[in-house]
Design a binder for this molecule. Structure first.
Ligand SMILES: *[C@@H]1O[C@H](CO)[C@@H](O)[C@H](O)[C@H]1NC(C)=O
Ligand SMILES: *[C@@H]1O[C@H](CO)[C@@H](O)[C@H](O)[C@H]1NC(C)=O
Ligand SMILES: *[C@@H]1O[C@H](CO)[C@@H](O)[C@H](O)[C@H]1NC(C)=O
Ligand SMILES: *[C@@H]1O[C@H](CO)[C@@H](O)[C@H](O)[C@H]1NC(C)=O
Length: 637
C-alpha cells in the first residue's frame, strides 16, 4: 500500500553536525538526507509557539522477541500463556524514573510544572513552547523550507540533549523529521488538503487478466477456476465450527476500497446455496466507511475477494471488517493497530504523518473526531492483503510498527500479511538502485515487501495448481499473472525461529546472486513464512464472475484455516494459537505442510529465487493440510 502523499526524498547531501554550545550536550538526532527541491529560506521567528512532544523511551523492548518466544515456542514451558493488553502495555511503557527525569530536566530549564503534561499512556510528554525556548532547550535552530510549489515546512537539521537525558528519550517532535507545517498558516493548510485529496491507499493486489468463467466449475477444472470447493480439497478443510461465539476473525480494508452487499449475496448463493444475506460486522476505524459511490474492480476487488472467501470458509464465525480511514485522508497500517491497541496510539511518539492518516482530519469532508484508539479487542486472527515496499518506510516507522505486531502476538492474535505480487521486486515491479533507493526502471537490487519482512507477522505467499493438474497433484509457486513476493529484509535481523530453515536454503540451494542484489549474509529476516493458492480465484465483483490473482487471495484463505483451528481449540477450552511462526518452522510441523518444490518468483530482470525442498523465499514452508494442523494444534496446551 502507498499513501499518495508519501514522498520519498532522495539523499542529496549529509548535514554537518552543529557544534554544541552547551556543556554536556550530545547530538541526539540528525537528519540523514536533505529533502530534494526544498530551499532553506529563513529562520523561523522565535515568538512562534510549537507543540513540543517528547517521545519517552519504552522499557523492555529488547525483551520483546524472547518474551514472544516464551509464549509462542512449542518447547517453552509457558507456551500459550498469552498476556492481557494491560500487562503488555504496563511492561513496555516508560518507567517512572524516565518520566520524572525528563520532567525534572524541563523544570530546571524553566518550564513551570503546569506547562508540562504527561500523556495518558505515559508514552510522551507535551509542552507548548516558543521557538526561542526550544532552540535553547535543544541547542538547535529552526528554519522554514520552501518548495517550488510554494508549500512550506519547518525543520531543524539536528538537535542535542544533555547526556543524562538521552537514554530516556526516543525522539522529539517537531524537529528533524521533514513533515512539520509552519504554525498557524491557513493558506498552507488549504494547499495541503488539495494535494491530499483522492484515493489514498492502494492494495498490493488483487489482479485480474479479464478472463472469465466459460464452463461449469467442478472439482475437475480447479486448475482453471479456483472455488471454495477446490480450496477445501487442496488443503483438507472439512471442519465445521463448534464454538463460533467464542471466536473472531478480522479482515482489514482501507477506504475507499469497499465490498458490495449484492456481490456477497450472489457469491454465497452460487457456492454455498445460501440465500441468507450474511454481512461482516463493520468496525469503523478513523471514519472508515463502506463507500458505495464508486464501483469498479479497483474499488471492490480486494474487499469482495477477501470477504467472500473468508466468510465462506469460516461461517458462522463472527467476521469483523476493520474498515480503516476516511474518504479524504485515508490511512496507513498504524491506524488499524491504534484501533486494536489503545496504548499504541501514542507509543513511541505516535503515528507518522508521512505514512499514516492523522486524525482528527480537519479537511472538508474529513473525519473530524478523535482517532480510534483501542475501540475493539484484537481479533484472534487478522488478515491484511495490503503492503508497501520496505524501501519506502523509514526504519523508525517500520520497527515501531513491527514491535506492535510482536505485542499482538503476546496477546494471542495471529497477524497475516500478503507477501506481495511482484516476486523479488516491489509493488508495480519497482526495484532498487545500488544505494537502495527505488527507481522507476533499471534497478537491479531486490525490493522486499513490508510488513511481510517484520519478523513478528506471518507472511503469506502464493501457489497455483499447474495447468492440466488436479487438486490431488502438488502445486507450484504461482507464476500466473502474479509472482509470489519473497526475499530478504534490509531492515530486520533474522529471528531465531527461522535460522536453521533459512540457512538450509542458503547453504544447500545457494541463489545465483550476490550481496548487490539481496542481503545474503544469512543474518536477516527472510519471507514468506507459508503460502496458499493465489491463482484463478472465482470472485463476484460488481455482479460478475471474475478471475482474480494474488497473495491478496492467499492471505484470507490461510487466515480462514487458522480461524477454524482456533475454533477447535476454543471448543476444547484452550486459548487461540496466537503467533504461529515458531511453530510452523519447527520440525514437528514440517510434515503438516505440502512442501512446494517447483517454480520461481522472478523480478528485477532475474528469475528470482527458486523453490526447494524445505523452506524457500518463494512459498515459505509450503501450503497447509488443515486436518493435520488441527490435530497437532489440539495436542498443544
Ligand atoms: C497547547 O496548546 C493547545 C492550543 O492552545 C492546547 O489545546 C493544548 O492543550 C496545549 N498543550 C499543553 C501541553 O499545554
Ligand atoms: C491431509 O492429511 C490427511 C491425514 O493424513 C490425509 O488423509 C489427506 O489426504 C491430506 N490432504 C492432502 C490434500 O494431501
Ligand atoms: C448461510 O445461512 C445461514 C442460515 O442458514 C446463516 O446463519 C449463515 O450466516 C449464512 N452465511 C454464509 C456465508 O454461509
Ligand atoms: C546485511 O545485513 C547485515 C546484518 O544486518 C548487515 O551487517 C550487512 O551490512 C548487510 N549487508 C548488506 C550488503 O546490506
Amino acid at each position: 500500500m502507498f499513501l499518495l502523499f508519501l514522498q520519498v526524498f532522495a539523499i542529496c547531501s549529509l548535514v554537518a553536525a552543529a557544534p554544541s554550545r552547551r556543556a554536556n550536550y550530545v547530538v541526539h538526532e540528525r537528519r540523514a538526507a536533505e529533502p530534494v527541491a526544498w530551499m532553506k529560506t529563513r529562520r523561523l521567528g522565535g515568538h512562534n509557539v510549537l507543540p513540543l512532544r517528547v517521545g519517552l523511551a519504552q522499557q523492555n523492548l529488547h525483551e520483546l522477541e524472547d518474551l514472544l518466544m516464551s509464549i509462542a515456542h512449542p518447547d517453552s514451558p509457558t507456551y500459550g500463556q498469552h498476556w492481557s493488553p494491560e500487562r503488555v502495555a504496563a511492561h513496555f511503557s516508560p518507567s517512572e524514573d524516565t518520566i520524572s527525569t525528563v520532567k525534572d530536566w524541563l523544570t530546571t530549564e524553566g518550564f513551570r510544572g503546569d506547562r508540562i503534561r504527561v500523556s495518558p499512556s505515559k508514552g510522551w510528554i507535551d509542552v507548548n513552547a516558543t521557538v526561542s525556548e526550544i532552540e535553547s532547550l535543544l541547542n538547535t535552530e529552526y528554519h522554514v523550507y520552501t518548495h517550488p510549489s510554494g508549500h512550506e515546512q519547518i525543520s531543524c537539521e539536528s538537535y542535542s540533549l544533555p547526556d543524562h537525558i538521552r537514554e530516556h528519550v526516543e525522539l522529539i517532535k517537531p524537529t528533524v523529521h521533514f513533515v512539520h507545517r509552519v504554525p498557524d498558516d491557513p493558506a498552507l493548510l488549504r494547499k495541503r488538503s488539495k494535494t491530499h485529496l483522492g484515493a489514498p491507499t492502494q492494495s498490493s493486489g488483487p489482479k485480474t487478466n479479464g478472463a472469465t468463467v466459460t464452463e461449469p466449475m467442478t472439482l475437475t477444472n480447479c486448475d482453471r477456476f479456483t472455488t471454495p470447493e477446490c480450496l477445501r480439497r487442496l488443503y483438507s478443510i472439512n471442519y465445521k465450527p463448534a464454538a463460533p461465539q467464542l471466536n473472531s476473525y478480522g479482515i482489514v480494508e482501507f477506504t475507499p476500497q469497499a465490498y458490495l452487499a449484492n456481490d456477497l449475496n450472489l457469491f454465497f448463493r452460487t457456492f454455498f446455496k445460501n440465500q441468507t444475506q450474511t454481512r461482516p460486522k463493520l468496525v469503523s476505524i478513523d471514519g472508515g466507511v463502506v463507500q458505495q459511490k464508486t464501483k469498479s474492480f479497483s474499488y471492490n476487488g480486494e474487499s469482495d475477494l477477501d470477504l467472500e472467501y473468508a466468510m465462506g470458509l469460516t461461517d458462522p464465525t463472527p467476521l469483523y471488517l476493520l474498515q480503516t480511514g476516511d474518504l479524504v485522508e485515508g490511512a496507513g497500517f498504524d491506524n488499524w493497530l491504534d484501533a486494536v491497541d489503545g496504548s499504541f496510539c501514542t507509543f513511541d511518539g505516535g503515528d507518522d504523518p508521512t505514512q499514516d492518516g492523522i486524525y482528527p482530519d480537519t479537511r472538508p469532508g474529513g473525519y473530524n473526531k478523535p482517532e480510534s484508539c483501542g475501540i475493539i479487542k484484537p481479533p484472534n486472527v487478522v488478515s491484511i492483503s495490503y503492503s508497501q515496499d520496505e524501501s519506502t518506510a523509514t526504519e523508525h516507522y517500520a520497527i515501531r510498527q513491527c514491535n506492535e505486531y510482536g505485542k499482538l502476538g503476546m496477546m494471542g492474535s495471529t497477524v497475516l500479511y500478503s507477501s506481495g505480487d511482484f516476486g523479488v521486486a516491489g509493488n508495480g515491479g519497482v526495484c532498487l538502485n545500488a544505494n537502495g533507493q527505488p527507481v522507476p526502471s533499471g534497478g537491479t537490487k531486490f525490493n522486499p515487501s513490508f510488513p511481510a519482512t517484520c519478523p513478528f507477522v506471518t507472511a503469506v505467499g502464493a501457489t497455483q495448481i499447474n495447468p492440466g493438474s488436479t487438486v490431488q497433484d502438488p502445486e507450484s509457486a504461482c507464476e500466473t499473472v502474479i509472482y509470489s513476493g519473497g526475499g530478504f529484509s534490509n531492515i530486520f535481523p533474522m529471528p531465531s525461529y527461522q535460522g536453521s530453515a533459512v540457512s538450509n536454503y542458503l547453504v544447500n540451494h545457494p541463489p545465483p546472486y550476490s550481496a548487490k542484489q539481496y542481503n545474503n549474509s544469512g543474518t536477516v529476516r527472510a519471507y514468506p513464512d507459508l503460502s496458499a493458492n493465489g491463482a484463478n480465484y472465482v470472485v463476484i465483483i460488481d455482479g460478475k464472475l471474475e478471475l482474480v490473482y494474488g497473495t491478496s487471495a492467499s492471505a484470507p484463505v490461510v487466515g480462514s484455516i487458522f480461524t477454524l483451528i482456533n475454533d477447535a481449540r476454543l471448543a476444547h477450552g484452550k486459548g487461540p494459537i496466537g503467533f504461529i511462526n515458531p511453530l510452523i518452522y519447527n520440525p514437528l510441523f514440517s510434515s503438516l505442510f505440502h512442501d512446494i518444490t517447483k517454480g520461481n518468483n522472478p523480478g528485477c530482470g532475474t528469475p528470482g529465487f527458486s523453490t526447494a525442498k524445505g523452506w524457500d523465499p518463494v512459498t515459505g514452508v509450503g501450503t497447509p493440510n488443515t486436518t493435520l494442523l488441527l490435530t497437532k494444534f489440539l495436542s498443544l496446551p
